[in-house]
Design a protein around this ligand. Structure first.
Ligand code: FE2
Length: 322
Protein backbone atom coordinates (compact mmCIF):
# COMPACT_ATOMS: atom_id res chain seq x y z
CA UNK A 1 0.00 0.00 0.00
CA UNK A 2 2.10 2.93 -1.20
CA UNK A 3 -0.65 4.98 -2.79
CA UNK A 4 -0.82 8.71 -2.39
CA UNK A 5 -4.30 10.20 -1.86
CA UNK A 6 -5.04 13.55 -3.52
CA UNK A 7 -7.81 15.80 -2.29
CA UNK A 8 -8.78 19.39 -3.07
CA UNK A 9 -10.44 21.45 -0.35
CA UNK A 10 -12.92 24.25 -0.98
CA UNK A 11 -14.30 26.10 1.99
CA UNK A 12 -16.70 28.86 2.92
CA UNK A 13 -18.27 29.00 -0.52
CA UNK A 14 -21.13 31.15 0.87
CA UNK A 15 -23.39 30.66 -2.17
CA UNK A 16 -26.17 33.24 -2.55
CA UNK A 17 -29.39 33.01 -4.54
CA UNK A 18 -29.47 35.52 -7.40
CA UNK A 19 -30.12 39.06 -6.19
CA UNK A 20 -29.59 38.32 -2.49
CA UNK A 21 -27.39 40.55 -0.34
CA UNK A 22 -24.39 38.86 1.30
CA UNK A 23 -24.49 38.59 5.07
CA UNK A 24 -22.12 40.86 6.99
CA UNK A 25 -18.95 42.24 5.49
CA UNK A 26 -17.98 43.16 1.93
CA UNK A 27 -18.14 40.07 -0.26
CA UNK A 28 -16.98 38.85 -3.65
CA UNK A 29 -19.51 37.47 -6.11
CA UNK A 30 -19.27 33.83 -5.02
CA UNK A 31 -20.65 32.50 -8.35
CA UNK A 32 -17.81 34.26 -10.16
CA UNK A 33 -15.31 33.09 -7.57
CA UNK A 34 -16.47 29.47 -7.90
CA UNK A 35 -16.20 29.62 -11.71
CA UNK A 36 -12.67 31.02 -11.46
CA UNK A 37 -11.62 28.38 -8.94
CA UNK A 38 -13.22 25.59 -10.99
CA UNK A 39 -11.37 26.76 -14.12
CA UNK A 40 -8.07 26.99 -12.19
CA UNK A 41 -8.52 23.43 -10.92
CA UNK A 42 -9.15 22.29 -14.50
CA UNK A 43 -5.97 23.99 -15.70
CA UNK A 44 -3.81 22.62 -12.88
CA UNK A 45 -5.21 19.13 -12.47
CA UNK A 46 -6.03 18.32 -16.10
CA UNK A 47 -9.19 18.98 -18.05
CA UNK A 48 -10.38 15.47 -17.30
CA UNK A 49 -9.65 15.71 -13.60
CA UNK A 50 -11.34 12.91 -11.88
CA UNK A 51 -11.51 10.54 -14.82
CA UNK A 52 -9.01 8.24 -13.09
CA UNK A 53 -10.98 8.29 -9.85
CA UNK A 54 -10.29 5.11 -7.94
CA UNK A 55 -7.22 4.14 -9.96
CA UNK A 56 -3.75 4.26 -8.46
CA UNK A 57 -1.59 2.68 -11.10
CA UNK A 58 1.34 5.05 -10.64
CA UNK A 59 1.09 6.47 -14.16
CA UNK A 60 -0.27 9.83 -13.08
CA UNK A 61 2.51 11.21 -10.91
CA UNK A 62 3.19 14.92 -11.16
CA UNK A 63 1.12 18.03 -11.45
CA UNK A 64 -1.73 16.46 -13.40
CA UNK A 65 -2.37 13.58 -11.06
CA UNK A 66 -5.89 12.33 -10.76
CA UNK A 67 -7.84 13.44 -7.75
CA UNK A 68 -9.52 11.17 -5.26
CA UNK A 69 -12.05 13.62 -3.86
CA UNK A 70 -13.09 17.23 -3.38
CA UNK A 71 -13.97 18.23 0.19
CA UNK A 72 -15.97 21.34 1.14
CA UNK A 73 -15.49 22.42 4.75
CA UNK A 74 -18.66 24.35 5.52
CA UNK A 75 -20.37 27.70 5.20
CA UNK A 76 -21.69 26.31 1.93
CA UNK A 77 -24.64 28.73 1.85
CA UNK A 78 -24.43 32.32 3.07
CA UNK A 79 -27.79 32.28 4.90
CA UNK A 80 -28.50 28.54 5.05
CA UNK A 81 -31.40 28.82 2.57
CA UNK A 82 -32.61 26.06 0.27
CA UNK A 83 -32.07 27.92 -3.07
CA UNK A 84 -28.50 28.63 -1.98
CA UNK A 85 -27.93 24.90 -1.40
CA UNK A 86 -29.47 24.11 -4.79
CA UNK A 87 -26.96 26.45 -6.42
CA UNK A 88 -24.11 24.94 -4.39
CA UNK A 89 -25.08 21.37 -5.24
CA UNK A 90 -25.28 22.23 -8.95
CA UNK A 91 -21.84 23.85 -8.77
CA UNK A 92 -20.26 20.91 -6.91
CA UNK A 93 -21.87 18.45 -9.37
CA UNK A 94 -19.61 19.89 -12.07
CA UNK A 95 -16.64 18.05 -10.57
CA UNK A 96 -16.09 14.64 -12.08
CA UNK A 97 -14.76 13.29 -8.78
CA UNK A 98 -16.80 12.63 -5.67
CA UNK A 99 -17.48 15.71 -3.54
CA UNK A 100 -18.09 15.46 0.20
CA UNK A 101 -19.46 18.38 2.18
CA UNK A 102 -19.72 19.29 5.87
CA UNK A 103 -21.73 22.15 7.42
CA UNK A 104 -20.38 25.36 8.93
CA UNK A 105 -22.00 27.91 11.21
CA UNK A 106 -23.81 29.58 8.28
CA UNK A 107 -25.47 26.26 7.38
CA UNK A 108 -28.78 25.11 8.80
CA UNK A 109 -28.62 21.49 9.83
CA UNK A 110 -31.75 19.91 8.31
CA UNK A 111 -31.98 21.94 5.11
CA UNK A 112 -28.24 21.48 4.51
CA UNK A 113 -28.45 17.70 4.70
CA UNK A 114 -31.69 17.48 2.72
CA UNK A 115 -30.60 19.87 -0.03
CA UNK A 116 -26.96 19.03 -0.77
CA UNK A 117 -27.02 15.40 -1.82
CA UNK A 118 -26.68 14.48 -5.50
CA UNK A 119 -25.36 11.32 -7.17
CA UNK A 120 -21.80 12.64 -6.81
CA UNK A 121 -22.22 15.05 -3.88
CA UNK A 122 -22.57 13.63 -0.38
CA UNK A 123 -22.61 14.53 3.27
CA UNK A 124 -20.91 11.30 4.35
CA UNK A 125 -19.40 11.20 7.82
CA UNK A 126 -16.55 8.70 7.29
CA UNK A 127 -14.71 7.87 4.08
CA UNK A 128 -11.84 5.41 3.94
CA UNK A 129 -9.37 5.63 1.05
CA UNK A 130 -6.20 3.54 1.03
CA UNK A 131 -4.31 3.93 4.30
CA UNK A 132 -6.51 6.84 5.39
CA UNK A 133 -9.80 7.29 7.21
CA UNK A 134 -11.29 10.75 6.73
CA UNK A 135 -13.73 11.92 9.41
CA UNK A 136 -16.21 14.67 8.55
CA UNK A 137 -17.05 16.47 11.77
CA UNK A 138 -19.95 18.86 12.49
CA UNK A 139 -18.35 21.56 14.63
CA UNK A 140 -21.76 23.13 15.30
CA UNK A 141 -23.22 19.89 16.72
CA UNK A 142 -22.83 21.17 20.28
CA UNK A 143 -24.90 24.26 19.41
CA UNK A 144 -27.93 22.22 18.34
CA UNK A 145 -30.86 21.87 20.73
CA UNK A 146 -33.07 18.82 21.33
CA UNK A 147 -36.68 19.35 20.21
CA UNK A 148 -39.87 17.74 21.53
CA UNK A 149 -39.41 14.76 19.19
CA UNK A 150 -35.87 14.14 20.47
CA UNK A 151 -34.21 15.47 17.33
CA UNK A 152 -31.07 17.63 17.46
CA UNK A 153 -32.09 20.79 15.60
CA UNK A 154 -30.80 24.31 15.08
CA UNK A 155 -31.84 26.81 17.73
CA UNK A 156 -35.10 28.59 16.76
CA UNK A 157 -33.28 31.90 16.24
CA UNK A 158 -31.16 31.54 13.11
CA UNK A 159 -28.95 34.41 14.28
CA UNK A 160 -27.81 32.16 17.11
CA UNK A 161 -25.84 30.09 14.65
CA UNK A 162 -24.60 32.77 12.28
CA UNK A 163 -21.66 34.11 14.23
CA UNK A 164 -21.38 31.28 16.69
CA UNK A 165 -18.22 29.57 17.85
CA UNK A 166 -17.62 25.91 17.25
CA UNK A 167 -18.92 23.45 19.81
CA UNK A 168 -18.61 19.68 19.42
CA UNK A 169 -20.73 18.70 22.40
CA UNK A 170 -20.53 15.33 24.09
CA UNK A 171 -22.21 13.27 21.34
CA UNK A 172 -20.03 14.55 18.47
CA UNK A 173 -16.87 14.21 20.58
CA UNK A 174 -17.82 10.63 21.48
CA UNK A 175 -18.50 9.91 17.80
CA UNK A 176 -15.01 11.19 16.85
CA UNK A 177 -13.47 8.93 19.50
CA UNK A 178 -15.46 5.93 18.25
CA UNK A 179 -14.63 6.47 14.59
CA UNK A 180 -10.95 7.24 15.14
CA UNK A 181 -10.50 4.12 17.25
CA UNK A 182 -12.70 1.82 15.09
CA UNK A 183 -11.19 2.81 11.73
CA UNK A 184 -9.13 0.07 10.16
CA UNK A 185 -6.99 2.58 8.28
CA UNK A 186 -3.57 3.39 9.74
CA UNK A 187 -4.08 7.14 9.63
CA UNK A 188 -6.97 9.46 10.44
CA UNK A 189 -7.52 13.00 9.13
CA UNK A 190 -10.23 15.30 10.43
CA UNK A 191 -12.23 17.67 8.22
CA UNK A 192 -14.08 20.30 10.24
CA UNK A 193 -15.39 23.84 9.72
CA UNK A 194 -14.20 25.55 12.92
CA UNK A 195 -10.47 25.16 13.37
CA UNK A 196 -9.12 24.04 16.76
CA UNK A 197 -6.59 26.42 18.32
CA UNK A 198 -7.58 29.27 15.98
CA UNK A 199 -4.81 31.92 15.92
CA UNK A 200 -7.25 34.69 14.90
CA UNK A 201 -8.21 36.53 18.10
CA UNK A 202 -11.86 37.27 17.27
CA UNK A 203 -12.58 33.62 16.47
CA UNK A 204 -10.46 31.86 19.07
CA UNK A 205 -12.80 29.96 21.39
CA UNK A 206 -11.31 28.52 24.57
CA UNK A 207 -14.03 25.98 25.32
CA UNK A 208 -13.89 24.61 21.77
CA UNK A 209 -10.08 24.35 21.87
CA UNK A 210 -10.36 22.44 25.14
CA UNK A 211 -12.73 19.91 23.52
CA UNK A 212 -10.14 19.25 20.80
CA UNK A 213 -7.20 19.16 23.21
CA UNK A 214 -9.00 16.40 25.15
CA UNK A 215 -9.68 14.42 22.00
CA UNK A 216 -6.35 14.78 20.24
CA UNK A 217 -4.49 13.84 23.41
CA UNK A 218 -6.21 10.44 23.27
CA UNK A 219 -6.20 9.81 19.51
CA UNK A 220 -2.64 9.14 18.32
CA UNK A 221 -3.62 8.09 14.77
CA UNK A 222 -5.06 11.53 13.96
CA UNK A 223 -2.38 13.06 11.72
CA UNK A 224 -3.90 16.47 11.04
CA UNK A 225 -6.92 18.69 10.58
CA UNK A 226 -8.36 20.50 7.52
CA UNK A 227 -10.61 23.45 8.37
CA UNK A 228 -12.09 26.75 7.15
CA UNK A 229 -14.10 29.41 8.99
CA UNK A 230 -11.60 32.29 9.32
CA UNK A 231 -11.37 33.24 5.62
CA UNK A 232 -7.66 33.62 6.40
CA UNK A 233 -5.78 30.69 4.81
CA UNK A 234 -2.99 29.44 7.01
CA UNK A 235 -1.24 26.43 8.50
CA UNK A 236 -0.22 26.14 12.15
CA UNK A 237 0.43 23.54 14.85
CA UNK A 238 -2.07 22.48 17.51
CA UNK A 239 -1.48 19.56 19.90
CA UNK A 240 1.40 18.35 17.71
CA UNK A 241 -0.74 18.24 14.55
CA UNK A 242 -0.80 20.63 11.62
CA UNK A 243 -4.08 22.46 11.10
CA UNK A 244 -4.54 23.38 7.42
CA UNK A 245 -6.96 26.27 6.86
CA UNK A 246 -8.53 26.61 3.41
CA UNK A 247 -9.42 29.90 1.73
CA UNK A 248 -12.98 31.16 1.18
CA UNK A 249 -14.82 32.22 -1.97
CA UNK A 250 -16.62 35.09 -0.18
CA UNK A 251 -13.59 37.13 0.91
CA UNK A 252 -10.09 36.26 2.10
CA UNK A 253 -7.44 37.92 4.17
CA UNK A 254 -3.68 37.72 4.68
CA UNK A 255 -3.36 38.50 8.38
CA UNK A 256 0.44 38.75 8.24
CA UNK A 257 0.54 41.35 5.44
CA UNK A 258 -2.83 42.95 6.31
CA UNK A 259 -4.20 42.61 2.77
CA UNK A 260 -7.22 41.11 1.07
CA UNK A 261 -6.60 37.89 -0.85
CA UNK A 262 -8.28 36.38 -3.92
CA UNK A 263 -10.52 33.30 -3.66
CA UNK A 264 -8.92 29.88 -3.94
CA UNK A 265 -8.62 26.35 -2.61
CA UNK A 266 -6.10 24.05 -0.94
CA UNK A 267 -4.52 20.97 -2.57
CA UNK A 268 -3.57 18.05 -0.30
CA UNK A 269 -1.50 14.91 -0.70
CA UNK A 270 -1.78 12.18 1.91
CA UNK A 271 1.11 9.70 1.96
CA UNK A 272 0.64 6.06 2.90
CA UNK A 273 3.23 6.74 5.64
CA UNK A 274 0.88 9.19 7.40
CA UNK A 275 2.38 12.40 6.05
CA UNK A 276 0.13 15.27 4.97
CA UNK A 277 1.15 18.07 2.65
CA UNK A 278 -1.03 20.92 1.50
CA UNK A 279 -0.56 23.76 -0.92
CA UNK A 280 -2.58 26.98 -0.98
CA UNK A 281 -3.86 27.94 -4.45
CA UNK A 282 -5.21 31.46 -4.91
CA UNK A 283 -6.74 32.70 -8.16
CA UNK A 284 -5.23 36.15 -8.67
CA UNK A 285 -7.39 38.34 -10.88
CA UNK A 286 -8.10 42.06 -11.17
CA UNK A 287 -11.54 41.40 -9.63
CA UNK A 288 -9.86 40.46 -6.34
CA UNK A 289 -6.80 42.69 -5.83
CA UNK A 290 -4.52 42.09 -2.84
CA UNK A 291 -5.23 45.57 -1.49
CA UNK A 292 -4.35 46.57 2.08
CA UNK A 293 -7.07 46.70 4.70
CA UNK A 294 -7.24 49.32 7.46
CA UNK A 295 -6.62 49.34 11.17
CA UNK A 296 -10.33 48.89 12.00
CA UNK A 297 -10.40 45.55 10.13
CA UNK A 298 -7.22 44.53 11.91
CA UNK A 299 -8.82 45.36 15.24
CA UNK A 300 -11.83 43.21 14.28
CA UNK A 301 -9.61 40.21 13.56
CA UNK A 302 -7.70 40.76 16.80
CA UNK A 303 -10.95 40.69 18.75
CA UNK A 304 -10.65 44.34 19.79
CA UNK A 305 -13.72 45.50 17.80
CA UNK A 306 -17.06 43.76 17.27
CA UNK A 307 -18.83 43.44 13.89
CA UNK A 308 -21.32 46.07 15.07
CA UNK A 309 -18.56 48.52 16.05
CA UNK A 310 -16.80 48.02 12.72
CA UNK A 311 -20.08 48.59 10.86
CA UNK A 312 -20.67 51.82 12.84
CA UNK A 313 -17.17 53.07 11.91
CA UNK A 314 -17.76 52.26 8.22
CA UNK A 315 -21.12 54.08 8.27
CA UNK A 316 -19.60 57.13 9.98
CA UNK A 317 -16.80 57.29 7.37
CA UNK A 318 -19.35 56.94 4.55
CA UNK A 319 -21.46 59.80 5.93
CA UNK A 320 -18.35 61.99 6.28
CA UNK A 321 -17.57 61.36 2.61
CA UNK A 322 -21.15 62.17 1.55
FE1 FE2 B 1 -17.38 31.47 6.32
Amino acid sequence: MNDTIRILQLSDTHFLEDGAEPEGAVAYNTDEAFDAVFRHIGEHYGEHYGEHYGEHDGEHDGEHDALDMVVVTGDVADHGRRPQYRKAAEAFSRFSVAVNVIPGNHDQDAVFTASMARPSVSTSRVIEVGAWAFLFVDSSAGNLVIDAAGRAVDPPEYADRLHSDGSLGTAEAAWIRDMASQAEADHVFIWVHHQPGCPVGMLNAEAYNAEWADLLGDLPTVRGVGAGHTHAPDTYEFMGRTVHVGPSLKNNFDLKKNTWLPPGYRAYTFGADGTVQSQLQLVDDERWPRRPFGSAMRALFDGELTFEELRAIAERKASQRA
